[in-house]
Write a protein that binds this ligand. Sequence first.
Ligand SMILES: Nc1ncnc2c1ncn2[C@@H]1O[C@H](COP(=O)(O)OP(=O)(O)OP(=O)(O)O)[C@@H](O)[C@H]1O
Ligand SMILES: [Mg+2]
Length: 259
Amino acid sequence: MSEIIIETRALTKRFGGLNAVKDVDARIERGKITAIIGPNGAGKTTFFNLVSGTFPLTSGELRFEGEKVDGKRPDEMARLGIARTFQTTSLFDGATVMDNLIVGHRLRTRSGLFDAIFQTARLREDERICRDKAEEALDFVGLRHIANRLAADVTQEERKRIAFALALATDPKVLLLDEPAGGVNPEETAGLADLIRKMAASGLTICLIEHKMDMVMGLADHIIVLDHGVKIADGSPGEIRSNPLVIEAYLGAGHDAAA
Ligand SMILES: Nc1ncnc2c1ncn2[C@@H]1O[C@H](COP(=O)(O)OP(=O)(O)OP(=O)(O)O)[C@@H](O)[C@H]1O
Ligand SMILES: [Mg+2]
């Protein structure tokens, strides 16, 4: 039986006069892979910023596991089980991959930088837990062998895997991936798609934003299409591929969405 883990109703975010996200009703099913697609500026990242608590909603409703969660901070959302990656992965280049994961874990699960870095009372116990989580996450994404490498020396594809590990280390239920295969070659994209499938197979709910249509069509159980902040379609890859509204908005009239 299907179960909805995240539900939005009339979700809206305005920046000045611009509706970045407008009246979006979305349902994300537990254990499935949902893709959010749409042209540049469609509101995809803003949708993630709302669902992860990064931005407050202008109006509408956001529910996680049936509970209203509007107004919660990112660290509160992370503790509830929503983790995200960013379009660009910021790492401390002078630190090792492992140290990035340890600090990243604190930054994601504490309310402020001060708390994250200077909380000393429980530091040693915390450090051990973070290290265990980080090792487990690095294993999962296949990067255990580069734990001690400087972040400055990792490839773009490894950076993407580190972003997954940063999110996984918080023990999420839902993973929001913002362009997980941006800037990597086709072979590496296939490897990242396999890793996303493995995350879903382990029971995680995945929601991903991606411009690479082959990847989206091959991975997603369900696709939501945004254009100018508005949801213009919602359905299976087959339904989306043949939807004329999508073809027109996303790829320009006359193109096949699978191309
Ligand atoms: N913090 C902000 N302040 C003002 N405007 C913003 C802000 N964030 C996003 N916008 C605007 O909201 C709209 C949607 O942006 P968003 O980043 O969500 O698009 P996107 O679908 O993720 O695009 P892309 O595919 O290029 O990443 C754009 O017009 C953008 O300029
Ligand atoms: Mg974006």
